[in-house]
Design a protein around this ligand. Structure first.
Ligand SMILES: C[S@@+](CC[C@H](N)C(=O)[O-])C[C@H]1O[C@@H](n2cnc3c(N)ncnc32)[C@H](O)[C@@H]1O
Length: 235
């Protein structure tokens, strides 16, 4: 396996983030499955349940990558538009999931009219966007009044001893595994840094409220390693 060394920094420059994902697209889904011990599949089911799309509704899956986060929506009979700014992830997605509607686009300037979607979701994407509040505001613009937003993202373990173990071992285990299996291991150094510096459950909920989302609630998964946040655009 040939390896490269493309990574973003915490400045999250769009060109760096897109380039990093371009260079790990070919193994992205495999590594996710292995690193999460297959748990990512159950997280994706929970995202679908939290969005709860009704027949005929149109859902935006932002930062959809190769489309793995979009597939459960199609399987449930919803119409889904899968948006990402990494051309490499989109190309891999078109190969793997030729039935999905992929659109190249930036979370901070979505190529859609106001009120275009019944609901929106973003899985493991928001943490990589340069301006979190800008993306939340842009999502609010494209979701219809009354529509839902569901965010699935890494978060912070809520039980202090577990948080200690997690934050101690994360920087050791993740880069170690990435060196063995990823075509772009440097990306996993960024992954660790971006997880550790990401707002915890309460702080992300507050950002959603600050940007105009209402009825904000969240639940933690795997003791807080992952969190699901849900909000609604007021009618
Ligand atoms: C970790 S992947 C998640 C892919 C997919 N949602 C999943 O759950 O497997 C993060 C994705 O976010 C995309 N991304 C990061 N910043 C973005 C932005 N500003 N606009 C659109 N996509 C973005 C990256 O290109 C990458 O494909």
């Amino acid at each position: 396996m040939q390896t490269t060394n493309h990574r973003a920094t915490l400045a999250k420059r769009r060109a760096d983030v897109a380039g990093m994902f371009d260079h790990l697209a070919s193994r992205y889904d495999l590594i996710n499955d292995v690193a999460s011990l297959g748990l990512d599949r159950s997280w994706r089911r929970m995202v679908l349940e939290a969005v709860d799309p009704q027949p005929g509704q149109v859902v935006l899956d932002l930062a959809a990558g190769t489309g793995t986060s979009s597939v459960p929506f199609v399987d449930a009979g919803a119409q889904v538009v899968s948006v990402d700014m990494s051309l490499g992830m989109l190309a891999e997605g078109r190969k793997r999931n030729p039935g999905l509607s992929f659109v190249a686009g930036d979370a901070l300037a979505l190529p859609f009219a106001d009120d275009a979607f019944d609901a929106a979701t973003i899985s493991f994407g928001l943490r990589n966007v340069q301006d979190t509040e800008g993306a939340l505001t842009e999502l609010l613009r494209v979701v219809k009044p009354g529509g839902r937003l569901v965010i699935c993202e890494f978060s912070a373990p809520t039980w202090a001893p577990w948080r200690h173990v997690y934050t101690t071992y994360l920087p050791i285990v993740v880069p170690g595994v990435a060196k063995l299996v990823s075509p772009n291991p440097a990306a996993y150094d960024y992954l660790v840094e971006s997880i550790v510096s990401w707002p915890d459950q309460e702080a992300l909920a507050q950002l959603m409220l600050d940007t105009g989302w209402s009825a904000v609630e969240h639940r933690t998964l795997v003791g807080g390693i992952v969190a699901l946040h849900r909000g609604r655009r007021q009618r």
